[in-house]
Design a protein around this ligand. Structure first.
Ligand code: SAJ
Length: 440
């Protein structure tokens, strides 16, 4: 049943006079804020990091996908502003929460950012407000953590006085074809009125909105998307281990299988699983199911295999050197590419960090090159990206391709190196059956 609060808010959203606040201005929040601005909403971005706020208010962007020009234009037009002050929420009609959901050191979900954002919002919750959580999390979070805290605010009833929904972020940093604007957006509310009003809000700014019947469906859809990916990467990683035992070229096997025009989806093995989504989101799901006495075996097994891949890559490097009469200990190993995936500058959860750590533990003289990452400080070691790449390739006992950035001149590297362990098939057919090349 739609009441006057619902219809008044709906009118503001449809007329785009609703005042929008985006909580958290990272790789999800800033693009979302700009998309609302481009639709004509006035948006205040709130972030606790003053440097980010100053960058935005100065017309500059620190997010790969958002150009300075766009931020500058939106700030100068008065549509976009940023602040560290959460009291900006008091004037908000529509709030999107885009905060991190990492793992703790224990491997359990860290929901502290969601709780903190909700507790900052609660004092400003008022009649006629819609709140949407975007952070990837386990099914039930919006209802159990966000709704319970917002309902503690005196006398306001969800679905009647305020509206609450979940809408999973689908941002793939660096991607040009699918953006925040044109990627279909799932939205699920606590009540049908919550779904309707959140979908209407997002529908004013995004190309396609997909309403679903609950926050749990929306939360679970996101986890299916990324668990699907993690498990299939785990499958091809185990296939690489099997092919290694069988003496079969796994890359040729995958290329052959990928010729099937239906019923198959290509994934490729590698030295491990990086990033802030794929290795982490599925563990939110398995953690939740454990609390319900269910063991999500596919997730646990795939995670175990993916986590072991840096050690498998180490073994390939060790064997390749050994076959050339060189112990790993004391050998000069140049790691090529350390970002968690090609052509980006993001190091989060990168398997390169594990491979370098394992090489150092074995006594190898490890250096690295990555055009996007000038320096690394991790655990008890710090390294700088080497300067003269080809000189380092020439002197290395082994070049280990860990992240296959497209900017590398692979033919020149093949010509210059004495030994290459290619964990990403970066050399392609050049590397097949080449005496200097060992592939995963
Ligand atoms: N990886 C493999 N083999 C593969 C694919 C990926 O080893 O076949 C590794 C990558 O090297 C990387 C990790 O897995 O270390 C994650 O790679 P990713 O391609 O999944 O990239 P992400 O982590 O940036 O995933 C994001 C996700 N987007 C969102 O969560 C909104 C994911 O859902 C997208 O499918 C993915 O981008 C994408 O397709 O680019």
């Amino acid at each position: 049943m739609e009441n006057s609060t619902f219809t008044e808010l709906m009118t503001k959203l449809e007329q785009r006079t609703a005042r929008v606040v985006v909580l958290g201005l990272g790789y999800v929040g800033l693009p979302l804020a700009t998309v609302f601005c481009e639709a004509g909403f006035r948006v205040v971005g709130i972030d606790p990091v003053e440097e980010k706020v100053n960058e935005i208010n100065s017309g500059r962007s620190y997010v790969l996908d958002i150009p300075d020009e766009q931020v500058d234009r939106l700030v100068k037009s008065g549509l976009l502003s940023a602040t560290t002050d959460f009291s900006a929420l008091k004037d908000a009609d529509a709030v999107s929460i885009c905060v991190p959901t990492p793992l703790r050191k224990t491997g359990d979900p860290d929901l502290s950012f969601i709780v903190s954002a909700t507790e900052s919002l609660a004092p400003y919750l008022h009649k006629g407000m819609v709140v949407v959580l975007e952070s990837s999390t386990y099914p039930g979070t919006t209802r159990e953590l966000v709704l319970t805290r917002l309902c503690e605010v005196g006398g306001l009833q969800v679905g009647k006085d305020f509206f609450l929904a979940f809408s999973p972020e689908r941002v793939d940093p660096g991607r040009k074809d699918w953006t925040t604007y044109n990627t279909p957006k799932v939205v699920g509310g606590i009540t049908s009125a919550c779904t309707k009003i959140s979908a209407a809000w997002y529908g004013q700014a995004l190309k396609t909105v997909v309403p679903v019947t609950s926050t749990e469906v929306a939360e679970m859809a996101k986890l299916l998307e990324n668990t699907f990916r993690m498990i299939n990467i785990g499958l091809v990683n185990e296939l690489a281990i099997m092919c290694d035992r069988l003496g079969i070229d796994v890359w040729e096997v995958i290329e052959a299988a990928a010729t099937k025009p239906f019923g198959f989806m290509k994934f490729t093995p590698g030295p491990g699983l990086g990033g802030h989504c794929i290795p982490i989101d599925p563990l939110y799901l398995s953690w939740k199911l454990r609390s319900l006495n269910y063991n999500a075996r596919f997730i646990e097994l795939a995670s175990e295999i993916n986590t072991n891949m840096p050690r498998f890559a180490l073994g390939k490097i060790q064997d390749a050197l050994n076959d050339r009469g060189k112990p790993l200990k004391g050998s000069r190993v140049l790691v090529l590419g350390v970002a968690y995936k090609p052509d980006i500058d993001d190091l989060r959860e990168s398997p390169a960090l594990d491979v370098i750590g394992l090489l150092r533990k074995k006594g190898a003289q490890v250096s690295y090159h990555d055009p996007y990452i000038p320096a690394i400080s991790h655990d008890d070691w710090t390294l700088q990206s080497v300067e003269d790449l080809m000189a380092q390739v020439k002197t290395a006992d082994c070049v280990a391709v860990i992240t296959n950035h497209s900017s590398y001149d692979y033919p020149a590297i093949l010509e210059t190196a004495s030994l290459i362990v290619d964990t990403r098939n970066a050399l392609g057919n050049m590397g097949r059956d080449h005496p200097k090349v060992v592939r995963l």
